[in-house]
Design a protein around this ligand. Structure first.
Ligand SMILES: [Zn+2]
Ligand SMILES: [Zn+2]
Length: 362
């Protein structure tokens, strides 16, 4: 099969012939139908998320199950699934207490680029070298992932390549809005950042009945947020004042930070009202630290919490159901479809901000 391979950081990807082993215990082999291009892939391409190359990126996809490994139940060849970038082992302490998104085994292997058993299923045909993957290796015709990381797609959503986004952008938005922020109907939720995760969070917060303000700087993406029913504020026009005005001077109940930079983390804390929650989902390069307005956080009783994905077996089916019922609209974020050979163009479309979510259709 063919896959987009990163040989060295900051170099273009090359489409290569790759050999795939059969799935082992608890794994499934997939034929990829469509895969999203996400900012966390860019961090890997640049080495800011230091998964060692050579590797195959791509961590959200729609795929058909080609083969199930030993010990897998509830899935069979021909099933169409969405893959999540979270891989629960199902056995560690966090998995046992219902926090599969914080699986301890998964967090050990995540940056190593291997599957839960610590090994890879891919080899570069040219050299025989083992290839690593970034949470799936889905910029490829085929992939092997843990069966715990997939959820079946209902018949009527199967023909839609943009459903790939459910496995990262929307799963992350669900985790932030529902699990980490516990947004209540009528809450004022400010989303800082209008990329894939930010706009998915706008839709998610609307779906649970919040009043939503989107803060960003790209006029087209702000327009899109407005079409989704949010108020849209250009950050240069003074987001703090706009949110104060909307809330009678109080500030937001919940702020979702979906950028991952010092100024936007700082802004998010300023936007929160007393007793508010700031949920950080924007990724920064590994090792990066951000300053915090301590007096405001302490005296305001503001909870600053990180949020990482959500539970593929519990939450991903709910995300799928919200899409089925028209409450989430991933098609609004899909920005261009690319063949595997055009992978570097797809990456550039995301990097330049031209596209919110390029979709690779191998
Ligand atoms: Zn992602
Ligand atoms: Zn676990």
């Amino acid at each position: 099969m063919r896959a987009a391979v990163l040989a060295r950081y900051n170099e273009p990807l090359a489409v290569e012939d790759v050999d795939v082993e059969r799935p082992r215990d608890g794994e499934v082999k997939l034929a990829v139908r469509s895969a999203g291009v996400c900012h966390s892939d860019l961090y890997v391409l640049e080495g800011a998320t230091p998964v060692p190359p050579p590797l195959v990126p791509g961590h959200e996809a729609v795929a058909e199950v080609a083969e199930v490994g030993p010990g897998v139940s509830g899935l069979e060849p021909g099933d169409v699934v969405v893959t999540s970038f979270i891989w629960p082992c199902g056995r560690c302490r966090n998995c046992a207490r219902g926090r599969e998104n914080l699986c301890e085994r998964f967090s050990e292997v995540r940056l190593k680029g291997v599957l839960l058993d610590g090994t890879s299923r891919l080899r570069l045909r040219r050299t025989g070298e083992a290839l690593r993957v970034f949470l799936g290796g889905l910029w490829a015709e085929e992939a092997v992932v843990p069966a715990s990381a997939v959820a079946k797609l209902p018949e009527r959503l199967r023909g839609r390549p943009e459903m790939a986004m459910l496995g990262c952008a929307y799963l992350t938005a669900y985790g932030a809005v529902v699990n980490s922020a516990s947004v209540q109907p009528g809450d004022v939720v400010v989303v800082v950042g209008t990329g894939g995760v930010g706009l998915a969070a706008v839709q998610m917060a609307k779906a649970v009945g919040a009043e939503v303000v989107a803060v960003g700087r790209n006029p087209e993406k702000l327009k899109l947020a407005r079409e989704m029913g949010a108020r849209a504020v250009d950050v240069r026009d003074g987001a703090v004042e706009a949110v104060k005005e909307l809330t009678g001077g109080r500030g937001a109940d919940v702020v979702i930070e979906a950028v991952g930079s010092d100024p936007t983390v700082d802004l998010s804390v300023e936007l929160a009202g007393p007793g508010g929650r700031v949920v950080l989902v924007g990724l920064a390069p590994v090792g990066h630290r951000a300053p915090l307005h301590l007096a405001k956080v302490v005296r305001g009783g503001i909870a600053v919490v990180g949020s990482y994905g959500a539970r593929p077996r519990v939450d991903l089916p709910k995300v799928i159901s919200l899409v089925e019922r028209g409450m989430l609209r991933p098609e609004l974020l899909a920005g261009g479809f690319y063949k595997l050979e055009q992978i570097n163009e797809a990456v550039e479309a995301l990097r330049s901000g031209r596209s919110i979510r390029p979709i690779v259709v191998p």
